[in-house]
Ligand binder design. Sequence first.
Ligand code: NAD
Length: 261
Amino acid sequence: MLLKGKSAIVTGSTSGIGLGMARALAESGANVMLNGFGDAKAIEATRAGLAKDTGAKILYSAADMSKGDQVTAMVRAAEAGFGAVDILVNNAGIQFVSPVADFPEEKWAAVLAIDLSSNFVAIKAALPGMQARKWGRIINVSSAHGLVGSPFKAAYVSAKHGVVGLTKVVALEMAELGITCNAICPGFVRTPLVEGQIDDQAKAHGIPREQVIRDVILASQPNKRFIEVEELGALAVFLSSDMARSITGIAIPVDGGWTAR
Ligand code: NAD
């Protein structure tokens, strides 16, 4: 069990990539605090199921990542519940698609708050404990859009590029202290977030969903298939392991070749 005795928080883990990463970390022996929105009964079923399947201690925080005080409280609750936060995965994220000229300012602020500022606040809250123990792993889920742009995603692309910048600064500040900080930059993974985008783009372009998937969404992804959450979970486990202790400050594309162009 690679991560036995470690404790993790995965933000935005009631669904999609976050849930896949939480499962992979728990299967590797780590205790995990889940976080995110959704139906209370469904979330409890997920929490209890993960605990039963893996034998790990699984907690849940309903903290809203757009609210800094709730982000800090989530980290404190994990420290209280587990005794430590060794691994912090900043994954919660939202998307909003619009041309810049029409982009609503409140949507810009919401995307920046959840996709970028929550990472900063959670890192700030978790670092003192990691520094005291001289061990820590911070994994920020950025995006291929943290490395390249696309039209209509001004806030998301800005936030995700910001996450890559934040990752480098934290890595440099922590380099001698046993704490690594890296960003994972997925291409298109089939999750509820992407399902929503397929519908939005179909409406915007007036074309069928299948055509959106082939010609719009996977147009820039050379391997022409969606990435599976298990692929990202495996990378999170590796980055959390001792063998990844010299890997820090990087943005790792998992994008089927998208950013190789
Ligand atoms: P998703 O919509 O399936 O899951 C998002 C999670 O974040 C959910 O658990 C949701 O409840 C939670 N969340 C949303 N707003 C929140 C808030 N204010 N406070 C707390 N939790 C909140 O999305 P996903 O596709 O799994 O995306 C996860 C991350 O991966 C995001 O940061 C996203 O930008 C990034 N990403 C996704 C893709 C993709 O193709 N799906 C590609 C690159 C990057």
